[in-house]
Design a protein around this ligand. Structure first.
Ligand code: CO8
Length: 260
């Protein structure tokens, strides 16, 4: 099968650029998440790699978040396997020792926003058509506690509370205002700005930076690590409910209709 993750590692700078290419919208399927985790692992094992830029090779979309089809009409076993992969992606990225920068060159709802929030720094394309946020409630589903924790760690409790209850998707300038992204640049400068920004992070003594990152994130990570199995059980029980399956179907139909 075709590679869904394209990694370009520049030995001379120590920076790897990871491009998601899972058309049409980089939705996070089990297969895609597995490939993503393997790619990150490989880079982490390479001592010459110090920084990772995550971006999309799809026009207009960074990532549409979790693949809704992985949560719709699937067996409990399969749902569990899928959820473990989602957890793994988050754990890998949120605890990475690499400097991670999200080069958000398109819309980034739900799981896409989560992925961006795992990074140390977020640069978004200044295009008012793009949006970012945890919109789960709009699908009739609930963002898990560790999605919530990641957002609280990024923008604080109040913004998170309102954003999660309303399932808010922010345009770039709103996202900048609440600190959900750190910088806006013209669409064609997202990647080059990310590359330039790396230098600033690389200038800090690496060990001190890594320990500090871990200190800031450890409690949040430990919380999921210590309740992983229960979290999977919860997810499977919730997502396989008839009422939730119905909400997902309605949402999928809405997505198709909107297109037509
Ligand atoms: N999963 C599966 N298919 C998707 C998804 C998705 N997340 N997003 C879009 N698609 C499909 C569309 O249905 C469409 O399919 P088709 O071509 O067959 O009609 C195709 O991808 C292209 O989509 P669009 O035409 O909408 O593309 P646009 O470029 O116009 O828009 C967007 C791109 C903005 C990304 C838009 O597609 C969108 O808003 N998608 C929905 C995003 C979304 O709401 N994702 C939420 C996923 S849930 C999640 O990530 C966390 C869940 C936590 C679980 C908690 C449970 C306890």
């Amino acid at each position: 099968t075709a590679q869904k993750i394209k990694v370009d590692f520049d030995q001379s700078t120590g920076v790897a650029v990871m491009r998601m290419q899972n058309p049409p919208v980089n939705s996070l399927s089990l297969e895609f998440l597995t490939e993503l985790c393997i790619s990150v692992e490989k880079l982490e094992m390479d001592k010459s790699c110090r920084g990772l830029i995550i971006t999309s090779s799809q026009p207009k979309v960074f990532s549409a978040g979790l693949d809704i089809l992985e949560m719709y009409g699937k067996s409990p076993e399969r749902c569990g396997e899928f959820w473990r992969a989602v957890q793994e992606m988050w754990l890998k990225l949120y605890s990475s020792n690499l400097v991670t920068i999200a080069a958000i060159n398109g819309s980034s709802p739900a799981g896409g926003c989560l992925m961006a929030m795992t990074c140390d720094y977020r640069i978004m394309a200044d295009n008012p058509r793009f949006s970012i946020g945890l919109n789960e409630t709009q699908l009739g589903i609930v963002a898990p506690f560790w999605f919530k924790d990641t957002m609280v760690n990024t923008v604080g409790h109040r913004h998170t509370e309102m954003a999660l209850e309303l399932g808010l998707l922010y345009n770039p300038s709103e996202a900048l205002k609440i600190g959900l992204v750190d910088q806006l640049v013209p669409e064609d400068q997202v990647l080059s700005t990310a590359e330039k920004t790396m230098a600033k992070w690389f200038a800090i003594p690496e060990h001190a930076r890594q320990i500090t990152k871990s200190m800031m994130r450890k409690a949040t990570i430990d919380k999921l690590v210590s309740s992983r199995e229960a979290d999977i059980k919860n997810f499977v029980k919730f997502i396989t409910k008839d009422s939730i399956q119905k909400s997902l179907r309605v949402y999928l139909e809405m997505l198709k209709k909107r297109k037509a």
